[in-house]
Design a protein around this ligand. Structure first.
Ligand SMILES: *Cc1c(COP(=O)(O)O)cnc(C)c1O
Length: 334
């Protein structure tokens, strides 16, 4: 099973006028620093503040007409996307999340009219609860990443990036469950088979990275990260994203919390942009010398649903405490 260019083109038609055509901004600063054009796809401009609306709208559009409603588990942005899409269609949505999810994300989802269930300390517990609701209450469960409609929806970002900038040579794609990377790489490689697609994620609790290394889906321990949207497992019963990421990604690169901290400062002070830690992993990898640029490069600023207290501490150079680790503060310097 896989997701094809035809599925992604069909998703593009479904979401047209509702979650498409976000801006693509060139980073003059980053190009000057690293010697190649560098493009930022601004999914922070989505109505819910994150790209996940694309996949959610595409999945909700394919519900059977008599569906009682939808359920999902989410670190936040998928929940927001599903809540928004369900509200638009006028169906019930129940979003299950772990206790690790930051409060503003929980409240953002309630504000979109969805019911929120907080269960356990891991994404896996939230997943089990959404499966139970699907069984017992007849709701349709929408996976945040391992669903062909969701992958196709996220893939529309790849179509738009290559339409805007056909000469892109490398895509740096934030990677968690892999719905975004699978969809974007499927679209990009269908259009230009030579394009380099690199997944980037944090070096602690990197479920897809560890799974690709092991040759099969494995569980990892979840830890708090500045890139909280990249946390969570890929599911031991993974159907699609593991094999698609294995077949389509040229590499997966890991970045540290200190590297994410620096890249968030850079995006704010140089580009005047506010984005989640998950967005800057591509820039962080380049800054850390972990990816060599070989031509015009694009990355995706995936979302802006962040904890403002933490963000303010970062851009003002203060320490940030995440669970049992302290990321040492330092003032921004290019
Ligand atoms: C979900 C998410 C990602 C990662 O997407 P996957 O499809 O799970 O790999 C990256 N950034 C943000 C802001 C997200 O919400």
């Amino acid at each position: 099973m896989t997701v094809t260019l035809a599925d992604i083109l069909s998703a593009a038609a479904t979401i047209r006028g509702r979650a498409d055509a976000t801006p693509m901004a060139p980073s003059v600063f980053f190009e000057g620093r690293h010697g190649h054009p560098f493009w930022l796809k601004l999914e922070i401009a989505q109505p819910i503040g994150a790209f996940k609306l694309r996949g959610a709208l595409n999945a909700v559009a394919s519900l059977p007409p008599d569906a009682a409603g939808v359920t999902c588990c989410s670190t936040g942005n998928h929940g927001r996307g599903v809540a928004y899409a369900a509200q638009e269609r006028g169906v019930r949505a129940v979003v299950c999340m772990s206790e690790l999810v930051p409060r503003p994300k929980v409240e953002g989802i309630r504000a979109l009219g969805a019911e929120v269930k907080i269960v356990g300390r891991s994404q896996d517990a939230a997943f089990a609860e959404s499966e139970r609701l699907a069984r017992d209450e007849g709701l349709v469960a929408i996976s945040p990443f391992d669903d062909p409609k969701v992958i196709a929806g996220q893939g529309t970002i790849g179509l738009e990036m290559l339409a805007r900038c056909p000469e892109l040579d490398t895509l740096l794609i934030p990677l968690s469950g892999g719905g975004l990377a699978a969809g974007v790489a499927a679209a990009a490689k269908a259009i230009n088979p030579g394009i380099r697609c690199i997944g980037v994620t944090m070096d602690r609790g990197a479920a897809m990275y560890e799974s690709l290394k092991a040759g099969k889906p494995v569980e990892v321990e979840e830890v708090e990260s500045l890139a909280d949207s990249l946390g969570g497992g890929i599911g031991l019963e993974n159907q699609l994203t593991f094999s698609m990421c294995r077949d389509l990604l040229d590499d997966v690169v890991l970045v540290t919390e200190a590297e994410i901290y620096h890249a968030l400062q850079m995006l704010y002070h140089e580009e005047r942009l506010i984005a989640e830690g998950a967005c800057v992993v591509g820039m962080a990898a380049v800054e850390a010398g972990k990816v060599d640029l070989t031509g015009p490069t694009g990355t995706i600023l995936t979302g802006r649903n962040l904890d403002m207290d933490v963000f303010t501490r970062i851009v003002t150079g203060q320490d940030v405490t995440l669970g049992d680790t302290v990321i040492e503060g330092r003032p921004y310097a290019a």
